[in-house]
Structure formats: structure tokens, C-alpha cells
Write a protein that binds this ligand. Structure first.
Ligand code: RUB
Length: 323
């Protein structure tokens, strides 16, 4: 039977997660990873019931993993999470006496471990970053990064946020989410169009963004529009920081050029009558690459990487045993 078809009928939470992630009802690297892992956890009993033996359990996990991996090609948090669980399952299944029930327990405990990691890393990054800030600062941010929002909230709790410039982030306006979340903490937010980021760079002390992928040379892949902001920050002598968890490191990519950049529907850019515009070609890349030379530091929960420090990234990877 077709594996995807059987998954739709059998593993409904995972099937829903696949659709929600593809259609961007759920967005942002860590939120996507968390949502997908929770969906597998909710379907775990079903996976067990539909597996006659341990081999079928592993096959079912493999099918789930593959369908989730196909949702969005750029961010590596979800692939790293799934590969971690797969690795733990493979280790466990080396013992031929292990039952499908024991494999299921292992899957659930690996999921819980990673979910804890997602939650705790954000707090650790926020605490570490706020310590670096000595006076009240104006910040600029782009898109919606759950990690960056948590960092800004912590700096604010420590009474060191003057204001935050939030770019609206076309075409899907993730900046609105950031603005709303920061306003919930009464932070002074100035929402601007993406093309105003250069003009307002003079007003800020630093830029803070999240990441979808970090490559081994320290390049960062994040929402489209991050790269020009980093270039202007350098031109204006402003610090450009990336706050991202170690599971955003793309373990096999040496530079940003090796990361697949997702192109999305042109309808996200223009939904009207294309003929009226003379049928232009529309390009809609969702992410861009910011070279390491524009980045002051990448702050992870396992240490900071300042500029081109491939050794430091390797050290972080070594500590991050789950990757
Ligand atoms: C979201 C985006 C975020 C990163 C980091 O893009 O680029 O900055 O995913 O987010 P999209 P987080 O909306 O296309 O998924 O810090 O929450 O992992």
C-alpha cells in the first residue's frame, strides 16, 4: 500500500502536521520542529498498533520521517530532530531482543528529550544574551523568530530595551507576529516596511535575528531580507547578532551555498491579474544567506561563534550530542 496514503488514514496527527507546515499555518524553525514532534507523539499508540513487529515499527517511523522532511526544504531544526530520534531507534534496535513496544518507548523518550531541548535552549540563550547588554538598547529584528522574541523579552525584563524596530517581512508578514508578541510585554515597537530598515539602522544599537540554518563556516540562512539588513548594519557599524539553538546547525553543509533555498508560490507576492502587470516573471525565495563576515556573533545555548570560527562550530556540535 502507498505509504503516504496509509499515513493519512492511520496517523492523522502527523498527516495534519505535514499539511499545516507545508501551508505555513505553522511557521518558524523551532515551532515547526516542536509541532511535528508533538504530532508523532500523539500518534505513537497508532504507530504501535499498525506495526506487527519491530521491523514494521521502524518502517512506519521512516515513512513519517520522510513525509515530514518533504514539507519545507531549508530549515534544519526538524531534520536534526528526526535524525536524532532515528539514531536513537537504530541504536536500540541493534539488540535483536528489543520489542516494538520498547522501540515505541524509546521514540517517545527521544521526542520528550528534544522538546525539552527546544524549550530550555531558548531560555539559556536569552539569559546569556541579556548578560552581554550593558545599557538600554534600541534593537532591530526581522521576521518572527520565537528565539529572538524570547531574547528580547528577557532583555526587556532586565530593563534594558528602549525600543524595537520590527520589519513587517513581506510577503507573509511574520513581522506582525513579532510586533504582537513584543507588545504583549509592553515593549515599545516600531513596525516598519522592509525597505525602511536601511533608513532606521542609524537609530538602533544592534540587530537581532533567528536562523533556519547555520553552516559549518558560520553563514546563516534566515528569512529573505536578512542579508541586506546585515550588510547595512555593517556599513553603519552596528552589531548584527543571530540568536539560534545548536540544532539549527546544518551538520553537512560547509557554506550557505549548500543549503537548498525554498521558493514559494508566486501568489504570495502578487495575487492579482498578472496580465495587468504585463506578465512579469515573479521570484519568491523564502530565505537568503548572510555570509559569516557580516555577523558579529551567533549566540547558541552551547556557546557563541564570533564571525568565521569553524572550530567553534565544531566544538558546539561535539557538545550537542543530539545532533
Ligand atoms: C521563519 C524564520 C525565522 C527562523 C527562526 O521563517 O525565518 O527567523 O525560522 O525561527 P518561516 P525560530 O516563517 O518561513 O518559517 O527562532 O522560531 O526557530
Amino acid at each position: 500500500m502507498d505509504k503516504l496514503y496509509s499515513m493519512k488514514s492511520d496517523f492523522e496527527n502527523v498527516a495534519k502536521a505535514v499539511e499545516d507546515i507545508k501551508n505555513m499555518r505553522i511557521r518558524g524553525a523551532s515551532v515547526i520542529a516542536k509541532y511535528a514532534l508533538e504530532s508523532i507523539r500523539r500518534d505513537s499508540r497508532k504507530i504501535l498498533e499498525k506495526s506487527r513487529n519491530r521491523e514494521e515499527f521502524l518502517e512506519n517511523f521512516e515513512a513519517i520521517k520522510e513525509s515530514l522532511l518533504r514539507t519545507r526544504p531549508t530549515a534544519v531544526a526538524l531534520p536534526n530532530a528526526l535524525r536524532f530520534i532515528e539514531y536513537r531507534l537504530k541504536l536500540k534496535s541493534r539488540n535483536k531482543n528489543i520489542t516494538k513496544n520498547e522501540l515505541c518507548d524509546e521514540m517517545i523518550s527521544s521526542i520528550d528529550y528534544f522538546l525539552d531541548k527546544i524549550k530550555n535552549s531558548k531560555k539559556e540563550i536569552a539569559t546569556a544574551f541579556s548578560k552581554l547588554i550593558k545599557t538600554k538598547v534600541s534593537i532591530m529584528t526581522h521576521c518572527h523568530s520565537s528565539t529572538t522574541v524570547e531574547v528580547i523579552k528577557k532583555i526587556n525584563e532586565d530593563r534594558k530595551v528602549k525600543e524595537v524596530y520590527v520589519t513587517e517581512t513581506r510577503p507573509l508578514y511574520q513581522g506582525y507576529v513579532t510586533a504582537k508578541k513584543l507588545r504583549e510585554s509592553n515593549i515599545n515597537v516600531k513596525l516598519i516596511v522592509d525597505s525602511a530598515s536601511g533608513m532606521f539602522m542609524k537609530n538602533v544599537d544592534l540587530v537581532l535575528v533567528g536562523a533556519d540554518a547555520i553552516t559549518l563556516n558560520g553563514d546563516v540562512i534566515n528569512k529573505i531580507g536578512t542579508y541586506p539588513i546585515a550588510v547595512v548594519a555593517k556599513e553603519e557599524n552596528k552589531n548584527f547578532f543571530v540568536t539560534a539553538e545548536s540544532y539549527k546547525i546544518a551538520t553537512n553543509a560547509k557554506t550557505g551555498k549548500e543549503i537548498a533555498i525554498e521558493y514559494r508560490s508566486i501568489r504570495e507576492v502578487y495575487n492579482g491579474n498578472l496580465g495587468r502587470l504585463g506578465n512579469p516573471e515573479i521570484l519568491n525565495p523564502s530565505f537568503d544567506i548572510t555570509p559569516a563576515k557580516y555577523i558579529t556573533a551567533i549566540i547558541t545555548e552551547l556557546g557563541a561563534v564570533r564571525g568565521k570560527q569553524p572550530k567553534k562550530i565544531k566544538e558546539i556540535l561535539k557538545k550537542a550530542k543530539y545532533v
